[in-house]
Design a protein around this ligand. Structure first.
Ligand SMILES: Nc1nc2c(ncn2[C@@H]2O[C@H](COP(=O)(O)OP(=O)(O)OP(=O)(O)O)[C@@H](O)[C@H]2O)c(=O)[nH]1
Ligand SMILES: [Mg+2]
Length: 59
C-alpha cells in the first residue's frame, strides 16, 4: 500500500507560565526543564510520526 503524508499544523496559545512550552517539549522531545524561560514571540517545533495502517488519522 502506498504511504500517505499528512501535515497538521497546531497553534498553542495561553496565559504566561501555564506550561505551554513544557507540554510541547514533553511531547516532542520527552524533556522537562524546571526553570522558567518565557517564550518571546513564537516557538516553532516539528514532530514527525510514523503511523500504522490502522491508525485513525490514516483512514
Ligand atoms: N509543577 C509543574 N510545573 C510545571 C508544569 N508544566 C510546566 N511547569 C513549570 O512552569 C514554568 C513555566 O512553564 P513554561 O512551559 O515555560 O510556560 P509557558 O506557558 O510556555 O510560558 P510563556 O512562554 O511565558 O507563555 C516552568 O518553570 C515549568 O518547569 C507542570 O505540569 N507541573
Ligand atoms: Mg513558552
Amino acid at each position: 500500500m502506498p504511504s500517505k503524508e499528512i501535515l497538521l499544523k497546531l497553534v498553542l496559545l495561553g496565559s504566561p507560565a501555564v506550561g505551554k512550552t513544557s507540554l510541547i517539549n514533553r511531547y516532542v522531545q520527552h524533556s522537562l526543564d524546571e526553570d522558567y524561560h518565557s517564550t518571546l514571540g513564537v516557538n516553532i517545533v516539528v514532530k514527525e510520526m510514523l503511523l500504522e495502517e490502522n491508525d485513525a488519522l490514516i483512514k
